[in-house]
Design a protein around this ligand. Structure first.
Ligand SMILES: [Zn+2]
Length: 80
């Protein structure tokens, strides 16, 4: 298991695509391999997923999520 990701920007992009449901099968397969070997990307994936779920819940309540996003983004930054 790697402790550092040398391709974190790409990984994050891919994770966001997947969580948006816009990733191709090829990207999905690539990320799956990644998540089995890349510790920071696993954390990032779960954080992004959490963000997305929270945002979805907020949107249902018609709240402004800006503050929430700022909070979570700072949490993500503290991981890197
Ligand atoms: Zn990675």
């Amino acid at each position: 298991m790697k402790e550092n990701c040398s391709h974190q920007t790409d990984c994050l992009k891919m994770i966001q695509l997947i969580l948006d449901g816009e990733a191709t099968d090829q990207q999905l397969a690539k990320l799956k391999i990644n998540l089995e070997s890349c510790q920071p990307c696993i954390r990032m994936y779960h954080l992004e997923k959490e963000v997305k779920e929270l945002l979805t819940k907020r949107m249902e309540k018609r709240c402004c999520p800006e503050e929430l996003v700022a909070t979570i983004k700072s949490r993500i930054l503290s991981f890197t």
